[in-house]
Ligand binder design. Structure first.
Ligand code: PLP
Length: 364
């Protein structure tokens, strides 16, 4: 069979082909139950087994400690921009570190629910660097500190999470890790809550994963919708309302695929190799440019520019002809963006680099 095109979408993004084939094979009849997963009661034995396995595998992959709850929710990353302050802010002060579009959105949304303060920003660098944690203006009374650990649009990644305790803060760290979850380990000793929309590096849109330290539950503001109250969601095993069952099933297949590949350590090894290949080519090309400071370049989302924007359409058309899809940059940044999530094999990145070389030679 002919290979599928390489899909560089930032999200919803490519899934492992093995997972799609398995889902197709099980579409009409899951494990002899006579039902497809979409047709099952979320409270039945079959789906109970699916969600329990998914949670166990996710916990194993990310080494989630027992005192953290794993919640399968809806609302996406943008939903969490409200749900986190509704649950954790207690209506008080929250510190935000703005490093790109996503943390900027989080900061703005939180202002509806709490006193959101800007602790640091890289706006003066056009979101191409990371402000050093030692320089952050942290509030002693903050309920939490929010960062986006990988900025999907600007391609800026925290390669190490800040150690707030070492900075003299007792506030828990909240990370929006939507676009790099499962590409590297998470140091849970530094994190109070991690959230991720599934459609970047996990599975289908519609599922949002929240991993939260147990002692942070139970402080939701009275206006918080019950379905978004972490305590209620946790106490009901993510079944207070109907969870996105099919998305959870696909995420579970992805977790199993990740385990077969060698887990998060292997994903990190591949991510390092894929990013090195693409950034190495960009920097050495004398043609393409990436403006992000080398120490904080994202391994997952690589924005890059051609020397002349008038070549963009030709670049994208040639890429498509070669089976290299969805490379157009986000409209707020322009240029190109290649997303190199777990499902992107190194062969896909090599094919992109080969094409980039050919294009530069023809148009240089
Ligand atoms: C995509 C993305 C979001 C938004 O997710 P929605 O599901 O559209 O709400 C939030 N944060 C980050 C880092 C993202 O990449």
């Amino acid at each position: 069979m002919e290979r599928r095109p390489y899909n560089f979408s930032a999200g919803p993004a490519a899934l492992p082909e093995e997972v799609l084939r398995q889902a197709a094979a099980e579409m009409l009849d899951w494990h002899g139950s006579g039902m497809g997963v979409m047709e099952m009661s979320h409270r039945g034995r079959e789906f109970g087994a699916i969600i329990a396995q998914a949670e166990a595998d996710l916990r194993e992959l990310l080494a989630v400690p027992a005192h953290f709850k794993v919640l399968f929710m809806q609302g996406g990353g943008i939903g969490e921009n409200a749900i986190v302050p509704l649950n954790l802010s207690r209506g008080g002060v929250v510190d935000f570190v703005v490093t790109g579009s996503w943390s900027a959105k989080s900061y703005k949304e939180a202002q509806r629910y709490c006193e959101a303060r800007l602790a640091a920003s890289n706006e003066s660098d056009k979101h191409t660097s990371l402000p050093s944690p030692a320089q952050w203006r942290l509030s002693p009374e903050a309920s939490y500190v929010h960062i986006c650990s990988n900025e999907t649009i600007h391609g800026v990644e925290f390669h190490e999470l800040p150690d707030l305790a070492a900075l003299g803060s007792r506030a828990p760290l909240v990370i929006d890790c939507s676009s790099h979850i499962l590409s590297r380990p998470i140091d849970w000793s530094r994190v109070g809550l991690a959230f991720a929309g599934a459609q970047k590096n996990i599975g289908p849109a519609g599922l949002t994963i929240v991993i939260v330290r147990e002692d942070l539950l139970g402080h939701a503001l009275p206006v918080c919708p019950s379905a978004f109250d972490y305590r209620i969601v946790a106490d009901n095993g993510s079944m207070y309302n109907t969870p996105p069952t099919y998305a959870i099933y696909i995420a579970g297949l992805v977790f199993q695929w990740l385990k077969r590949q060698g887990g998060v350590a292997e994903m990190e090894r591949r991510a390092v190799a894929k990013a090195a290949l693409l950034y190495g080519h960009i920097d050495g090309s004398g043609y393409y440019v990436n403006n992000v400071a080398p120490g904080c370049r994202s391994r997952m989302n690589v924005p890059f520019f051609l020397p002349d924007d008038r070549l963009n359409e030709a670049f994208l058309a040639g890429a498509k002809e070669r089976g290299l899809l969805q490379l157009k940059g986000h409209k707020s940044v322009g240029g190109m963006r290649a997303s190199l999530y777990n499902a992107m094999p190194v062969e896909g990145v090599q094919a992109l680099v080969d094409y980039m070389r050919e294009f530069a030679a023809a148009h240089g």
